[in-house]
Design a protein around this ligand. Structure first.
Ligand code: DQA
Length: 148
């Protein structure tokens, strides 16, 4: 099972960036923890990671992701602005989960709008670094469900 984890702008600054909101764990540590967590679930999982601060690069990687079994995406600020990222996800038809470290529904009004929610089958928001593990678990079960 091949899963791609995509992170958007400023998430490369995790651990230094607004730690009260986003936690004190770096993106590299979050990714490593996710690999360890995935091994407690199954051994046939291949996780790949991509982070970019550029909308077009995120669109490009999504377009090249047709062969993945699933995608976990935290589009960061592009969640609230990017029809292009939502359209790219719509185009590839790979099961996708939206992830946020913070609870976007408890913050500023402009964060309550998500263009990707419509094309993701679920959204996990507000569990800080654990959002990624919860998203992984849900996605893993969803992929297995679709295979059976
Ligand atoms: C975020 C929430 C977004 O509103 C924000 O722009 C981010 C991170 C989160 O993970 O909580 O950069 O996606």
């Amino acid at each position: 099972m091949k899963i791609l984890v995509i992170n958007g702008p400023n998430l490369n600054l995790l651990s230094q960036r607004e730690p009260k909101i986003y936690g004190t764990t770096s993106l590299e540590e979050i990714n490593n923890e996710l690999v360890d967590f995935s091994k407690t679930i199954a051994h046939d999982i291949e996780l790949s990671f991509f982070q970019s601060n550029h909308e077009g690069e995120i669109v490009d990687i999504i377009q090249k992701s047709k062969d993945y079994d699933g995608i976990i995406i935290n589009p960061a600020a592009y969640t609230h602005t990017s029809i292009a990222i939502a359209d790219a996800l719509r185009a590839i038809e790979v099961p996708c989960v939206e992830v946020h470290l913070s609870n976007i529904n408890q913050r500023e009004d402009y964060r309550k709008i998500s263009f990707v929610s419509e094309v993701c089958f679920a959204c996990i928001s507000g569990f800080k670094k654990d959002s990624y593990k919860l998203a992984f678990l849900g996605l893993y079960n969803k992929i297995n469900e679709q295979r059976n």
